[in-house]
Design a protein. Structure first.
Ligand SMILES: [Zn+2]
Length: 222
């Protein structure tokens, strides 16, 4: 069931797909199997080879393609959908459909990044550290426009400014969450550390302005 799009948008998408162009269509969606995902983005292209190559860069597997005879496409949902829309420069889809539920009144956030194999990385002036495989949680704050900040963190290619920018390209974002002001950034970090029984393996990461050991948490199991 598709809604939130008009006939013309659908026709334009179909036309592009048939021409062998890569085309994106986001609409609301109700699916009993995925109650948490209220929208889907269809990334289509009738040139299967081109679609496969495009999907590969985002870790999408060929067998996930919905092989409709005229309109083969990937159905993108959840965090992967948001990540791809940002990276394809399609923020307008996110704006239109308010994806995902993100509270704009909040000013603290946590980003979960999964690293699949051990990496040795230079984190700006902080130094070089080993990052074993597992899930990392980065805690930060944005006094204004938390949506834009998270959008920036999701992008893989950008000027390197924050410690997290050096880590971001080496994993996949699996989740993000935002928090109200009841707890400050450092207290929230300690709370999450306890909640996830996480470790702090990179001293000073994201915590140059406070007394915390780190604003990056590490959970080995994943
Ligand atoms: Zn702190």
């Amino acid at each position: 069931m598709a809604f939130g799009i008009n006939r013309k948008e659908l026709a334009t998408w179909k036309e592009k797909v048939q021409k062998g162009e890569l085309a994106f269509l986001t609409h609301y969606w109700i699916h009993p199997k995925f109650p948490e995902n209220k929208t889907v983005t269809k990334a289509g292209c009738s040139d299967i080879g081109k679609l496969v190559r495009w999907g590969k860069q985002y870790g999408l597997k060929e067998e996930w393609i919905d092989r409709r005879p005229e309109y083969p496409h990937f159905d993108l949902i959840g965090i992967k959908q948001v990540e791809i829309l940002f990276q394809e420069g399609l923020e307008s889809h996110i704006e239109k459909f308010r994806l995902p539920s993100l509270n704009e009144q909040h000013s603290f956030y946590a980003i979960h990044l999964k690293i699949f194999e051990k990496k040795l990385l230079q984190i700006g002036k902080l130094g070089t550290y080993e990052f074993p495989e597992g899930t990392y949680i980065y805690i930060g704050s944005a006094k204004r426009n938390i949506r834009a900040r998270i959008a920036r963190h999701i992008k893989k290619v950008k000027p390197l400014r924050w410690h997290f920018d050096y880590l971001r390209p080496h994993g996949e974002i699996t989740k993000f969450e935002t928090f109200d002001n009841k707890l400050d950034e450092c207290t929230r970090c300690k709370q999450l550390k306890e909640m996830y029984q996480a470790k702090e393996i990179v001293k000073g990461f994201g915590s140059s302005d406070c007394r915390c050991q780190s604003h990056l948490l590490y959970i080995p199991r994943w």
